[in-house]
Write a protein that binds this ligand. Structure first.
Ligand SMILES: N[C@@H](CCC(=O)N[C@@H](CS)C(=O)NCC(=O)O)C(=O)O
Length: 303
């Protein structure tokens, strides 16, 4: 049976979402895009009963997948012909880039789109802590030092002359590593005044360019509305399943926006919730990795 055409919920400047759009581009996999606002609320997701806030999300048939490593694993499995591979080493690079991302956020210049007061407030909710205006400048040297470590790691990996992280061909390791450095290189002002330059990290800058070159034009997907996406996703719904009410919460960011649903399975490193959107009898499944998420089950009343 052929896999359904993926539906990607994202906004164009989300670096995590780039991991997925770069992957889909490299694989030449056709997909739909439901553009999302960069801050809450996200009515297109509310239509599906999704309260988890992080972007990107990817739907395949009736199932919505959260968290980029899980999304990529699912795409590799569902579209095996030409899969990028990379195994455990690629997973290590995903964890590595999560860490570099935390430094990269501190290098976003104050005048970027993300510099507005509304954005700052939204991200306080996302981070679950105060982000006082002006604190970014004080934190910048530390953030740049963390980011430099990221560049050093890639420079060191490439020093034997290899073109790609795992040597001869592009794998998931490249996708998992490149998005965060590419974001910083191309975000105007992010590296300003730092010693993170082409001269200091020539192999890394060349690898980022090689990656962008081999992707060519980044695929944007066929635009659809949230209503159209909902219709496609619910058209595939199965009969409602029994299950305890559960709450799934990321351990790090976005903790104020857990996902509720009926717990239909928790196996193979995945947590599967079934969600009934309001005023609907049909359901949608939302899948999270166990890694990086807390699962609590109890009476609906107690959650
Ligand atoms: N571990 C998550 C992290 C995703 C993440 O942090 N995404 C950012 C956007 S780059 C986000 O959701 N920011 C808050 C928001 O857009 O609501 C993943 O791999 O999907």
């Amino acid at each position: 049976m052929s896999a359904p055409k993926p539906i990607l919920y994202h906004y164009h400047f989300s670096p995590y979402a780039h991991k997925i759009s770069y992957y889909l581009t490299l694989r030449s996999l056709p997909f739909f895009t439901v553009p999302q606002p960069p801050v809450l609320p996200r009515p297109d997701l509310a239509l599906l009963g999704i309260t988890y806030r992080r972007i990107p999300l990817l739907a395949l048939g009736n199932v919505v997948y959260a968290d980029t490593p899980l999304i990529l694993a699912e795409l590799e499995q569902r579209f095996p012909d030409g899969a990028l591979g990379g195994g455990e080493e690629a997973k290590t690079w995903a964890k590595w880039s999560d860490k570099v991302f935390r430094s990269a956020v501190g290098c976003i210049p104050a005048n970027a789109v993300t510099g507005s007061e509304a954005f700052r407030k939204d991200r306080e909710d996302f981070q679950g802590r105060a982000l006082p205006a002006g604190a970014a400048a004080a934190n910048r040297p530390r953030a740049l030092a963390g980011l430099a470590k990221g560049f050093e790691k890639v420079e060191d990996t490439l020093k034997d002359g290899r073109d790609w992280i795992m040597s001869g061909k592009v794998t998931l390791a490249d996708v998992n590593a490149v998005w965060v450095l590419e974001w910083m290189i191309n975000l105007q002002g992010a590296l300003e005044g730092s010693d993170i330059t082409k001269e200091k990290y020539p192999l890394t800058f060349a690898w980022v360019e090689r990656f962008l070159g081999c992707m060519g034009k980044i695929a944007r997907g066929d635009l659809i509305t949230g209503e159209q996406a909902k219709a496609m996703i619910l058209a595939e719904a199965e009969e409602e399943k029994a299950g305890d009410t559960a709450k799934v919460t990321p351990v790090d960011t976005g903790r104020n926006h857990p996902q509720f649903g009926r717990l239909v399975a928790c196996e193979g490193g995945r947590v599967i919730l079934e969600v009934t959107p309001s005023e609907e009898s049909r359901t949608v499944k939302v899948v999270f990795p166990e890694d990086g998420f807390e699962v609590a089950t109890a009476d609906a009343a107690k959650l």
